[in-house]
Design a binder for this molecule. Structure first.
Ligand SMILES: [Zn+2]
Length: 466
């Protein structure tokens, strides 16, 4: 057993149930768990094996990224000006060249990028598994980097010859997908508190799998504790058209028809939901992850975060794949969520007498603290976790520290927490995950970033040459 006392924290934003923010805060960590939270004076009587003085820093829970496709960092800045379906059909043949090494190396790079920008937990939705690709390699990468990881066994099974969008050489047989999903659960799923590895079942989208696979994935997940379900839904109007034509239903109706509404399900995007569907999400406990960069990049639309939060829908944040983002910074997504919701045509505007011309919204639509709550507590809830997302006794020791004495944070002393996104994003100066120090004074303690980047560049060259 080892103990760590973190003290003299300028601003400690706990995001606990009372949303306490402490000046001159302190934390006591025993191994991988937080044992005490308070002011430095309150914790002064405690002794520890190690002391970390974070005077001049803000400390908050590590961010929880709940939607990503890490392998896509091999195909950034491609297809810059086309809609989702063109974007996908251009990229599918390139992704068909992925192999297991490419998936492993791209995951290492993506995870390092996430950790450096504040994430301590991430999910990754690997929905294309050609050649010898196995999800296990991303789990190995997470173990090496020290990231808390929910690996989503993605899948596509409905190729063009079956009326789906992806080419046939990008899809798998449904029986193989389900067999592999079960293998992964037994090999890597840890349902206990403070788990570093969990498995998620994640057929890609209504236009790339069959209803049968959705149903069987839900049944398989529900025979295991803590195995959640994840997919894209209501991401694009072309998807809605597809669902109407192929299934005769709207996307949420389709989800309900395959038993995909519930507290163990979270969907990426959920942009095109009407008010009844939003209530349906709230009543069933179905969650959603908002990915503003990708939605803006592909010109899709603005998710109704204000209405969803007011209705009680669990909302988290995700960076989405590196080919539709093309950065992977969750603080930036929190900033964009705040800004985008404010410019969204809102009820405030539509109810204004006489109306106003053009687009417009409300500065009350989403606060900085709400956006940061989506990135912490919201993400934790989507993943089904009661041990991460805020700092309190008994929670996992996942926290980040940002140095306040820097140019971009000058003049923010009155509210350094809001400044994290209103003035940011910033890189973290310290990152602790499960009690392990991953970043110290802005540098990775163990990970060789240069070596990962060199391997990544070599693999990218090979994929494009093929
Ligand atoms: Zn996605």
């Amino acid at each position: 057993m080892t103990t760590l006392l973190v003290k003299n924290i300028d601003h400690l934003a706990t995001f606990d149930n009372a949303r306490r923010e402490l000046k001159d805060g302190a934390l006591l960590v025993r191994d991988n768990v937080i044992e005490a939270v308070g002011t430095t004076a309150e914790l002064a009587h405690l002794t520890a094996d190690r002391v970390l003085d974070l005077a001049g820093h803000l400390v908050m829970p590590g961010l929880v990224n709940t939607h990503h496709h890490m392998y896509q960092n091999l195909t950034r800045v491609m297809v810059q000006d086309d809609e989702l379906f063109v974007w996908l059909t251009t990229l599918y043949p390139i992704w068909a060249e992925l192999d297991d090494e490419a998936v492993y190396v791209s995951a290492r790079v993506a995870m390092a990028e996430l950790i450096q920008s504040g994430c301590t937990t991430s999910s990754d939705h690997l929905y294309i598994q050609p050649n010898n690709v196995r999800l296990d390699s991303t789990i190995t990468a997470a173990q090496e980097l020290g990231l808390r990881f929910h690996a989503a066994r993605g899948a596509m099974s409905r190729g063009q010859s079956q009326g789906g969008l992806p080419p046939d050489n990008c899809v798998e047989k449904e029986e193989d997908i389900l067999r592999d999903a079960e293998r992964l659960i037994h090999a890597h799923h840890d349902a206990r508190r403070h788990a570093m590895s969990r498995i998620v079942l994640a057929p890609c989208s209504p236009f790339s799998v069959t209803p049968g696979l959705m149903k069987e994935a839900a049944q398989l997940a529900r025979t295991h504790t803590g195995v959640h379900l994840h997919a894209h839904l209501a991401e694009d109007l072309d998807e809605e058209t597809y669902c109407r034509q192929v299934y005769g239903m709207r996307p949420v109706e389709f989800a309900a028809s395959v038993d995909w509404l519930g507290p163990d399900v979270w969907f990426a995007h959920a942009i095109f939901l009407d008010s009844a569907e939003i209530r349906q999400f709230a009543e069933t406990g179905t969650g959603m992850v908002h990915c503003p960069s990708a939605n803006m990049r592909c010109g899709q639309g603005i998710a109704k975060i204000r209405e969803m939060r007011d209705a009680g829908v669990t909302c988290g944040l995700g960076v989405d794949g590196s080919a539709s983002n093309d950065t992977s910074n969750l603080f930036l997504e929190a900033r964009l969520a705040q800004m985008l919701q404010r410019i969204a045509p809102s009820r405030y505007l539509s109810e204004a007498p006489g109306g106003r011309g053009g687009f417009g919204g409300s500065p009350k639509a989403l606060s900085a603290r709400e956006a940061l709550e989506m990135a912490t507590r919201g993400g934790a809830k989507l993943l089904g976790r009661d041990d991460i997302g805020h700092l309190a006794p008994g929670m996992s020791a996942d926290f980040i520290a940002i140095r306040l004495n820097q140019l971009g944070l000058s003049g923010t002393q009155r509210d350094p927490l809001a400044a994290m996104i209103m003035c940011g994003p910033f890189k973290v100066d310290f990152s602790y995950i499960n009690g392990r120090e991953i970043i110290r004074r802005g540098e990775f303690c163990e990970h060789d970033v240069e070596a990962s980047l060199a391997a990544h560049a070599r693999i990218m060259k090979r994929i494009y040459e093929q």
